[in-house]
Design a protein around this ligand. Structure first.
Ligand SMILES: [Zn+2]
Length: 61
């Protein structure tokens, strides 16, 4: 799944995917926004259903 960008869950600030960071400047954690439209053409829903969703989730430490 292609990553589009990282976005703060609180203030909504966006960070480019190339920037490896886990916290926003405001101190809140970032969530990964995936490029779903891009993925639609390549991954079927059957394939998605067969995968445990935990694998896609962002791992907080
Ligand atoms: Zn923020």
């Amino acid at each position: 799944m292609r990553v589009k960008y990282l976005q703060c869950v609180r203030c909504g600030r966006k960070y480019p995917k190339g920037e490896i960071r886990y916290r926003c400047d405001c101190g809140e954690s970032l969530e990964i926004v995936y490029d779903y439209e891009h993925a639609m053409g390549r991954i079927s829903w059957d394939e998605l259903r067969g995968r445990p969703f935990g694998h896609w989730r962002y791992r907080e430490s």
